[in-house]
Design a protein around this ligand. Structure first.
Ligand SMILES: C[S@@+](CC[C@H](N)C(=O)[O-])C[C@H]1O[C@@H](n2cnc3c(N)ncnc32)[C@H](O)[C@@H]1O
Length: 315
């Protein structure tokens, strides 16, 4: 296993006071309306494919990143309230408003879902990228009614900070678990976030508490070392000391937890796992190279590079 020298340098530099904030200044995807549209519709299509609900009153997104576009797509497809919780405040009003208008056009045109050619790194892949039939014309007509769109525009301009505010959109960054009351939410989703969360047990317990009985979680999680090592899964070969140096205090440093940790935490929090769409990739390292704390990792974990996990809260 090889740690890239540049990564080691950046990781070590994050321990110098003031330099940490130079890492993770942008998050990537949600600057593009088409990215937000494809991410939201992929979660929705996979829920439909696994006969889970696709209409929601209150939707929470963990880690929206550079814009609130993915949650805005949820509102435009019929959700009534959207709460965005991030560790860092990346999104701003001007970009949110611009992305909202572009999303409205995409939904009005029932545009096909941007596919793997346009977004080769976005997971999960779908069997079909046609606009989903279950979002019927009548449903979209109501969701895109002009009075409703004006309320969404007003909510983007002036979002609340907690669900109690009663606003259609809330944005809290950094967030605390109290921002959302108990059993108040129908769907919690995230895209490329849970691999960075440090307190995974606490976060799963928090998300479980927010959801109503029967409520849904839908999380796309990447398990790669994200460029820190030359092998996609070289992070599992690093000793804790080496990883501490290479990952440093970057804003987006992988917690190195594999697929099975998420499944175990969901089950412990009282969820029935419905969807496990794993992307399987040959391991870049031998089992003998695994660091002590990962030595007992299953072959399934060792070769799972990302997964969409969808689960329902037991009543
Ligand atoms: C790679 S970006 C993904 C952003 C966006 N979801 C997308 O699809 O492009 C990771 C995001 O997770 C957020 N994040 C990391 N830890 C978090 C936490 N504990 N709670 C909420 N968001 C978190 C980061 O601030 C960042 O916005």
């Amino acid at each position: 296993m090889t740690i890239r020298p540049r990564s080691l340098l950046i990781g070590a530099a994050t321990y110098i006071p003031g330099l940490r904030n130079f890492t993770g200044r942008k998050t990537g995807g949600t600057v593009s309306a088409r990215y937000c549209y494809t991410v939201w519709l992929r979660h929705l299509c996979m829920l439909h494919r696994h006969t889970l609900p696709t209409t929601f009153e209150t939707v929470v997104e963990l880690g929206p990143g550079d814009s609130l576009g993915t949650g805005l797509a949820a509102l435009l497809s019929g959700a009534e309230r959207y709460v965005a919780l991030d560790a860092v405040r990346y999104a701003d009003r001007a970009r949110n408003l611009q992305i909202l208008e572009e999303l409205i056009a995409l939904f009005r045109n029932r545009a096909p879902i941007p596919d793997q050619l346009e977004f080769p790194l976005v997971q999960p892949p779908l069997p079909s990228y046609n606009f989903p039939d279950f979002l019927t014309s009548a449903h979209l007509e109501a969701a895109l009614a002009s009075a409703r769109l004006d309320r969404i525009r007003a909510a983007v301009t002036d979002p609340g900070t907690s669900l109690r505010s009663g606003r259609w959109i809330c944005y809290s960054a950094p967030w605390t678990v109290e921002v959302i009351g108990n059993a108040a939410v129908d769907l919690v989703f995230s895209q490329g976030v849970l691999q960075f969360v440090h307190d995974l047990p606490g976060t799963y317990t928090g998300m479980a508490g927010w959801l109503k009985p029967g409520g849904i979680m839908s999380h796309e999680i990447a398990f790669q070392s994200i460029g820190v090592s030359t092998e996609w899964n070289g992070h599992w070969a690093c000793s804790d000391a080496l990883w501490k140096l290479a990952a440093g205090r970057r804003r987006h440093a992988s917690n190195r937890e594999p697929h099975s940790t998420h499944i175990a935490l969901l089950r412990k929090a009282g969820f029935r796992i419905v969807t496990e769409e794993r992307v399987v990739r040959p391991s870049g390292i031998d089992r003998a190279q695994l660091a002590a704390r990962f030595r007992h990792m299953s072959d399934e974990d060792l070769t799972t590079s990302s997964a969409l996990i969808q689960a329902a809260k037991l009543a």
